[in-house]
Ligand binder design. Structure first.
Ligand SMILES: [Zn+2]
Ligand SMILES: [Zn+2]
Length: 277
């Protein structure tokens, strides 16, 4: 089946799943609409501000821009990815609106205490980052690259391409949102929102096409991804697969200049030529 048909089918399943909501079909679709407006509005707004700021310095990481910025395409792809994220967020929100308990808690006691929150979140970040790394490696195989090609259209990215990924990749990236629905998976809300916000802001920076000396001197010490690191993945799709952290690239030698750089097989260079639109 062609990738476009699979992506359309994925969207149909995500949007149609609300018909099976036990909390009321109307409530679920109202939650979906609210979540979509909230996510797309805030992410596109932040992307626009970040793109405006990052276009001001003359020195871009890849030198003077030679290809179109593809700003509108980035905004369109971001809106579609936001719709996928909204489909997942609609479940905990509709559950909350129906008066049912969810996994979102506001006190440390409900979250199991300070130790559980700190340990649980460090563990969750490491596990989720490992998932994002291996998902990205999978998407660079011949069988799955069709679902990731859209993101590599932006060879010299701008912040408007931060979340410009197709529906299949969006599902693989945003599915953990649905875990908030379950009371057996407590999410300490103040920290959860900070981490989600930090992930969004980090992605805006990763795709800005420029770098800040201060940030580049700080984040790598914590194995957190940076614009200089991720930009190399857009320029050369054979290296730097980390999304939030760079830990796995360093452990497995898939960072630029690492021992695993030449060993890996998939020849996707031709597929990653920026398409003009
Ligand atoms: Zn990227
Ligand atoms: Zn990639």
């Amino acid at each position: 089946m062609r990738a476009q048909w699979i992506e359309a089918l994925v969207m149909a399943v995500l949007l149609g799943a609300g018909l099976a909501s036990p909390f009321g079909v109307g409530l679920w679709y109202a939650a979906l609409a609210t979540c979509f407006v909230g996510i797309a509005g805030s992410v596109l707004g932040l992307e626009a501000v970040a793109a405006w700021i990052s276009e001001r310095p003359k020195e871009r990481l890849q030198g003077p821009r030679r290809k179109p910025r593809l700003a509108w395409r980035g905004a369109r792809d971001t809106a579609l990815a936001s719709l996928v994220a909204a489909c997942f967020l609609a479940w905990p929100i509709s559950r909350m609106w129906a008066g049912e308990p969810t996994g979102l808690v506001w006190t440390l006691e409900e979250a199991g205490g300070l130790g559980a929150v700190v340990f649980g979140n460090v563990f969750a970040i490491l596990v989720l980052d490992a998932w994002l790394y291996w998902k990205h490696r999978l998407l660079h195989t011949r069988a799955f690259f069709a679902f990731h090609r859209a993101h590599h259209v932006y060879r010299d990215p701008t912040s408007l391409s931060s979340f410009a990924v197709g529906p299949v990749e969006s599902v693989l990236t945003f599915w953990p949102i649905v875990l908030v629905s379950f009371p057996w998976a407590p999410h300490y809300a103040p920290l959860y929102f900070v981490l989600v916000g930090a992930f969004v802001l980090l992605n805006l920076y990763l795709h800005s096409g420029v770098s800040s000396r201060l940030i580049e001197a700080t984040l790598p010490r914590l194995f957190v991804n940076t614009s200089a690191f991720h930009n190399r993945h857009h320029a050369n799709a054979e290296v730097n697969f980390g999304e939030a952290l760079t830990l796995w690239d360093h452990l497995l030698g898939t960072h630029e200049g690492g021992r695993g750089e030449r060993k890996r097989a998939p020849a996707v260079d031709a597929s990653t030529e920026p398409a003009q639109s």
